[in-house]
Write a new protein. Structure first.
Length: 298
């Protein structure tokens, strides 16, 4: 779909780097127990360096070839244009849906008629059919991210560190994670308290880097970024890349958070409520959309 829509993207996978023996133990355990299922492999520091970045203090890494990178603020407008031009999809922007009682969909621009409706409201799970999202209860998660100038490197895969293994469900249940938590808590408890880990992805023709992220949870989240968190993310990236970085943009993302990866509920006759309830919306949204649409139109 991204190729057909003319969107920039790259399919070069990801590398999760171990910076010490404790992180390496997590990657070793994952590969031994789950590597075949996920199609991953362990690589040496020299192989990590071949991706274009000096990793003098790396003990090893876990490589996955499945990840595809794209830049959402560039890709989404292109996808909208492609769906409209090629497939005749009609998009109506700047319109608030206030109520759905099929066949009526009441909006800020009048009443529309529909046989079925699918609600994909992101982290707004209180405006339309809040009861559909009530169990299990959902929260909002706010994260901080940075965009930095290209420091003169060419990255292939996305880069993460062993800290990322504490954030992703594919690593859940590994015995070695307990030692990693103890190490981070002893080094600086802010890492765990703020849900900080490191992702570095190079995007577009400019080669700018996207750096994230932190995680703060609550029923509501404030609009204010903490400079201390941005500085920690920047220091982590500079340490990993061995380069000084210049920040171009800072921003906050917000998503719905709850148990499991996603929620699909029948909110009312003909109305389906959908929410991705963890930070993998861009990773699974297309597959989830295909599944929900297939079930709805069957």
């Amino acid at each position: 779909m991204l190729l057909k829509a003319g969107c920039w993207h790259k399919a070069q996978g990801s590398v999760t780097v171990a910076r010490n023996p404790v992180e390496q133990a997590v990657l070793d355990e994952f590969q031994a127990l789950r590597g075949d299922s996920y199609g991953t492999r362990l690589i040496s520091p020299a192989e990590v360096g071949a991706f274009g970045v000096p990793f003098d203090n790396v003990t090893g890494a876990l490589y996955s070839g499945d990840e595809i990178a794209f830049e959402s603020r560039v890709a989404l407008p292109r996808l909208v244009a492609w769906l409209a031009e090629v497939h005749g999809v009609e998009f109506v922007f700047g319109t608030q849906v206030n109520a759905i009682e099929l066949p009526n969909v009441t909006t800020s621009r009048g009443i529309w008629q529909a046989e079925q409706a699918i609600i994909c409201a992101g982290h707004d799970f209180q405006t339309l059919f809040p009861d559909a999202y009530a169990e299990p209860p959902l929260q909002r998660c706010a994260l901080q991210m940075l965009r930095v100038a290209n420091p003169g490197i060419t990255l292939g895969p996305a880069l993460m560190t062993g800290m990322s293994t504490l954030r992703y469900g594919s690593f859940a249940g590994l015995e070695s994670l307990a030692a990693l938590r103890r190490q981070l808590d002893a080094t600086d408890p802010v890492w765990l308290a703020e849900g900080i880990h490191l992702i570095v992805q190079q995007v577009g023709e400019s080669g700018e880097l996207l750096i994230g992220d932190s995680h703060r949870y609550g029923e509501s989240v404030g609009p204010f970024n903490a400079e201390a968190i941005d500085q920690r993310l920047l220091e982590l990236a500079e340490s990993l890349l061995g380069r000084r970085l210049t920040v171009l943009e800072r921003w906050q993302g917000v998503y719905a958070s709850g148990p499991g990866g996603y929620l699909v509920r029948q909110a009312a006759p003909g109305v389906t409520a959908v929410a991705i309830t963890c930070g993998i919306g861009m990773s699974v949204s297309f597959g989830l959309a295909e599944r929900v649409l297939g079930a709805t139109l069957a």
